[in-house]
Design a protein around this ligand. Structure first.
Ligand code: NAD
Length: 352
């Protein structure tokens, strides 16, 4: 086989281990910083405060207003706080929303970031920032956006509710599945994607029975790191385009929408690139789409767009928006094909 590829390794420091979050202070100092602004959502404000307390003088303050889709007005409020307390770095403790706020601050100020992820979204290892202004979501990619240090501590994910663990895990798997057929894939991204899928496939069935199983939490977070890394390094296709459409134009919940769409988009593309999606079929059994559907069902994930609140009357418009400025995709499609795919996902029909 002739191999042709380009590979660039990420410059980020990845620290992984039970209890690793106790090293935040050391990493603040290693970055040459002295005054961290600790970020969280309102829901995780107490965790943010506790972290700041543990950091003592290395924490200059906290901001607990992070929100889904990184609204620009929230970023502006956090920037004022950063200025007021003379912060020289940010520490984001939470899921993709909190990471997004840290990235938005870094994009504007180039302050160094430390992220302590508590979901499996994977944003912490990508140089991509999605933000919303006047209800419109835009995405930017910039080296300044990639966090300098990521500390993965499975102990901090013990409290992630089971339903969120499942949908967040499937959200991560979607990055890996699409990375397998990305035009700019390379041998390392394929290895990482396959291993990420394997780790999450092993972890989620254990987590739904034993949410506090630290080994399974560790496997899931390890899988999330791998899946997030490939999201940051190779291009995404139809699956991510449809999920961005449903999230951006229909306000559908992020992780849940990925979870529902995954078997359908991967089943659709498996027709064109069965060899590239063979790892998915091997890991989940049967066909790529059917195997993912059976797995999602076995871990009690949502299976229909209907149950997420999308109206059947919205499907025509969703198909139109998703096909207006399409991302590259391994299988050509038209509006009718995407409308049919959305109908299947709305009803939760098992892909072949
Ligand atoms: P989230 O960060 O919005 O978290 C959802 C809720 O769960 C929040 O209230 C949060 O505080 C809470 N939570 C998080 N971890 C918890 C834990 N361990 N225990 C208890 N509660 C916890 O959700 P998410 O799915 O992680 O992130 C979604 C956002 O991330 C979206 O805005 C999405 O666009 C963005 N995202 C961006 C990228 C990127 O590369 N730019 C990648 C993936 C996701």
């Amino acid at each position: 086989m002739t191999r042709t590829f380009t590979y660039s390794g990420s410059p980020a420091h990845i620290v992984f281990g039970n209890g690793a979050s106790t090293e935040v202070g050391t990493w603040i100092e290693k970055l040459g910083c002295k005054r961290a602004l600790v970020l969280s959502t309102p829901h995780q404000a107490a965790d943010g405060e506790a972290l700041a307390k543990r950091l003592g003088p290395l924490a200059a303050g906290t901001f607990s207003g992070a929100a889904m889709h990184t609204p620009v007005e929230v970023t502006e409020a956090a920037m004022s706080k950063a200025q007021e307390v003379k912060a020289d770095c940010v520490v984001a403790l939470g899921g993709g929303s909190t990471t997004g706020l840290g990235k938005a601050i870094a994009y504007r100020t180039d302050l160094p970031q430390i992220v302590i992820p508590t979901t499996y979204a994977g944003s912490e290892v990508t140089p991509i920032l999605g933000q919303t202004e006047n209800g419109e979501k835009t995405t930017v990619r910039d080296a300044k956006i990639l966090p300098e240090v990521v500390i993965y501590d499975p102990e901090l994910t013990i409290g992630l509710p089971v339903a969120m663990s499942v949908t967040s895990g499937l959200n991560a798997m979607a990055h890996a599945a699409e990375a397998l057929y990305a035009r700019d894939r390379n041998p390392i991204s394929t290895l990482m994607a396959t291993e990420g899928l394997r780790a999450l496939k092993a972890a989620l069935p254990v987590l739904i029975k034993e949410p506090k199983n630290l080994d399974a939490r560790g496997d899931a977070l390890y899988g999330a790191w791998l899946c997030g890394t490939v999201l940051g390094t190779v291009g995404m296709a139809l699956h991510h385009k449809i999920c961005h459409t449903l999230g951006g134009s229909f306000d559908m919940p992020h992780a849940e929408t990925h979870a529902v769409m995954l078997p359908h988009t991967i089943g659709f593309n498996a027709v064109a690139v069965p060899d590239l999606l063979k790892p998915v079929a091997d890991i989940f059994g049967g066909s790529a789409g059917g195997g993912l559907h059976d797995f999602a069902k076995s871990v009690s994930a949502p299976l229909t767009l209907k149950e997420l609140g999308l109206k059947q009357s919205d499907l025509d418009r969703a198909a139109e928006i998703a096909t207006k400025n399409p991302y590259w995709n391994p299988r050509p499609f038209d509006r009718a094909a995407i409308r049919a795919l959305l109908q299947d996902a709305w009803e939760g029909r098992r892909p072949q």
